[in-house]
Design a protein around this ligand. Sequence first.
Ligand code: BEZ
Ligand code: FE
Length: 296
Amino acid sequence: MDDEAEAIPVDFNEHTATQAVQDGFGKTPDPRLHEILTALTRHLHDFVRETRPSIQEWEQAIQFLTAVGQTCTDTRQEFVLLSDVLGVSMLVETLNEREGGTESTVLGPFHMVDSPPRALGDSIDLVGEAEPCVVSGRVLDTDGAPLPDAKVDVWQCNEQGFYDVQQPGVQPSGNGRGLFHTDTEGRFRFRTVVPSHYPIPTDGPVGRLLEATGRHPYRPAHIHFIVQADGHTPLTTHVFVAGSPYLDSDAVFAVKQSLVVDFTESDDEEEAARHAVQAPFRHAEFDLVLNREPTR
Ligand code: BEZ
Ligand code: FE
């Protein structure tokens, strides 16, 4: 007699369901995939047993996830936005962070793979209608040694809260963006405008989720950075503008106190001339610290 004929099927019920599905994944050859699917099944089933959705509610949940997928295009990633507003993006970021360097935070959807290369001191503000702002500092290793020729990729929205890609034909392409290389002392500097706080995209299912739950969609004012140097772990982070609205209620939970920086107002004409801006202007100065790449 073969085993199949002797096996007595176990009824699929509330108590046997989890083991049955986990057994189904029992032959997964990749141990990490097996670990993840086993845990996913346990947590998902516990969630369903706890919340006991009606058939209609489960259909609604599937419809919501379908709409999230259907909203994704080459330039819009609604699943990332969902992960962001659920705090999962930041949780993954935080769990992967190493001690020592500047804290990291979410990448967000507005990064351009090919930022326009610019020389140190250049302006990333291609419009020139708002109060100028100078951003400067150093890229260092965790011992405080400068990292020359580090790549500093920056992007930000304008003073009205829009990225260039959100306003084609209104803002020049590449406005608010630049790829810089630090000098021999690890220094970077560029001119810009102080970015505004702004709402994440709300015209899709994630926006409807925020609306249904009484949550606002705003992010506090910030400048994005990706910093890279040979032998060091790349850093994806923001610098937040001290005093901005929503620092204590970021829609994507990305604020860390260590990343909040003063954008100090100055009306010193001489200092303004040294930075090639008109007074009054704002100045933010901070260092970005990279961890050494882990040795295998
Ligand atoms: C951003 O800062 O660009 C961003 C981050 C997460 C969601 C939406 C926007
Ligand atoms: Fe942003």
